[in-house]
Design a protein around this ligand. Structure first.
Ligand code: HEM
Length: 325
C-alpha cells in the first residue's frame, strides 16, 4: 500500500534483502525504545556511553539509502508518464505530489516524504506481526481456547472457505482473543512519550509542566485492581464485559488514546483479526517434537515494541479441504 510493490527481494542487485530489512526494522524499534544514560543525566549525553547514537546514525544511513532509491524510482515513473498522464498508485506517489504543491500551508519536502514513508512502514509491519506471533504463542499453551475458537470458525465459516474481512463481526470469540493478546502484550508498552503542557495533579502525583510522561499500558494491562487474574490468558473476560480497544476505555489502550492515537488502528486491527482467524481456521498448530507447551519461552524484549525474545517455532497442519491451499 505504501510503496506500491515489493522492494525487498532475495535476488542479487536488489536494494535490500528481506532479512536485511527485517534487521533494520528490529534495530529501529530497539533504538527508539532504548533508555539512554543521557536521557536522565543530560550532560553525559555527548559521551554516548552505550553507543546508541552511533548505532542510530548507522541505521539512519541505511534507511536513507533505501528511501532515496524508492523516491527516485517513483519520481522516474512520474516523469515518464508526464504531469497530465500520471495517476498516483500508492502512498509514496501521493506524498510526492503533495511535496510539489507550492500552496501547502505546511511544506512537505523530500525529507518529509522519506520520514512519513519510514513511519508508515515501521508502524504498519512490526506491530501486527508481533501481535500475531504472541497470539499463537499464548494459544499453544491454551488448547481449550483454540478449541472454542475453531468451533466458532467451523460454525460461522464452515470448512470449505477462508475467513474474509467482513466475517469478523460474526466472530466475537476471535475478536476477544485479539483483545486479550493486546492486553498482555501491547505492541508499544509505554506508548509514545508525551510532554505535560501545564502543571497538573494525577492521583497523588504532582506533574510539572514540560515533564516527559510515559504511560505504561503494559502495567495497566496487568494491574490486579483493574483485571481479575491479570496474568491468566482468558479471552472470555471480553465476552463478559464490553471493553473497547480503540482509545475509549482506559484499561485497554493498545493503540494509545487522544490526538496522538495510532492513525493506523483500523488497518492494524483488521490485519490482526483476519490473519489470526485464518491461521486458526486453516491450520492446527503444534510445537516441534519434544517441546511441551510449558517449555515455551514467553520472555519479551522491552523496547519501543515488545517482540518475543526467542522467535516462536510452531508446526502447522492443514485443517481445510486440500483444494483451498
Ligand atoms: C496491531 C497493530 C498496531 C498497533 C498495536 C499499533 C499501536 C500504536 C501505538 C500504541 C501508537 C502510539 C499511540 C499513542 O502514544 O497514543 C502508535 C502510533 C503510530 N502508529 Fe500504530 N499500531 C498498529 C498498526 C499501525 C499501522 C497499520 C500503521 C500504519 C499504516 C501505524 C502507524 C502508526 C504511526 C504513524 C504512529 C505515530 C503517530 C503519532 O505519533 O502521531 N500503526 N501505534
Amino acid at each position: 500500500m505504501v510503496l506500491g510493490k515489493k522492494y525487498t527481494q532475495k535476488t542479487e542487485g536488489s536494494i535490500v534483502t528481506p532479512e536485511e530489512f527485517k534487521k533494520m526494522l528490529d534495530e529501529l524499534f530497539l533504538l527508539n525504545g532504548a533508555l539512554t544514560v543521557g536521557d536522565s543525566i543530560p550532560w553525559l549525553n555527548f559521551l554516548d556511553i552505550q553507543g546508541y547514537v552511533k548505532r542510530m546514525k548507522a541505521l539512519g544511513k541505511k534507511f536513507d539509502r533505501f528511501m532515496e532509491y524508492v523516491l527516485d524510482e517513483h519520481n522516474e515513473r512520474r516523469r515518464a508518464a508526464g504531469v497530465e498522464g500520471f495517476v498516483a498508485k500508492d502512498m509514496v506517489d501521493v506524498l510526492l505530489q503533495l511535496a510539489d504543491d507550492p500552496h501547502l500551508e505546511v511544506k512537505l519536502e523530500r525529507q518529509g516524504v522519506k520520514a512519513f514513508t519510514q513511519d508508515l512502514i515501521a508502524g504498519g509491519t512490526e506491530s501486527s506481526a508481533v501481535t500475531v506471533e504472541w497470539a499463537i504463542s499464548e494459544l499453544l499453551r491454551k488448547p481449550e481456547v483454540v478449541k472454542k475458537a475453531t468451533e466458532e470458525l467451523d460454525r460461522v465459516i464452515g470448512r470449505d472457505r477462508w475467513v474474509q474481512e467482513k466475517d469478523i463481526a460474526d466472530l466475537p470469540y476471535i475478536v476477544a482473543i485479539c483483545k486479550e493478546v493486546m492486553r498482555l502484550h501491547p505492541v508499544a508498552p509505554m506508548l509514545v512519550p508525551r510532554r505535560c503542557r501545564e502543571d497538573c495533579k494525577i492521583g497523588e502525583y504532582d506533574i510539572p509542566k514540560d515533564a516527559r510522561i510515559l504511560v505504561s499500558v503494559w502495567a495497566i494491562g496487568r494491574d490486579p485492581t483493574v483485571w481479575g487474574d491479570p496474568d491468566v490468558f482468558r479471552p472470555e473476560r471480553f465476552i463478559e464485559r464490553a471493553i473497547d480497544e480503540k482509545g475509549q476505555d482506559f484499561e485497554l489502550l493498545p493503540f494509545g488514546s487522544g490526538r496522538r492515537i495510532c492513525p493506523g488502528y483500523t488497518l492494524g486491527l483488521k490485519v490482526i483479526q483476519a490473519s489470526l482467524a485464518n491461521l486458526l481456521h486453516g491450520f492446527e498448530w503444534g510445537l516441534p517434537e519434544g517441546v511441551r507447551p510449558g517449555d515455551l519461552d514467553m520472555e519479551e524484549i522491552f523496547g519501543l515494541s515488545t517482540p518475543k525474545k526467542i522467535a516462536l517455532v510452531a508446526v502447522p497442519k492443514p485443517r481445510l479441504a486440500r483444494n483451498l491451499y
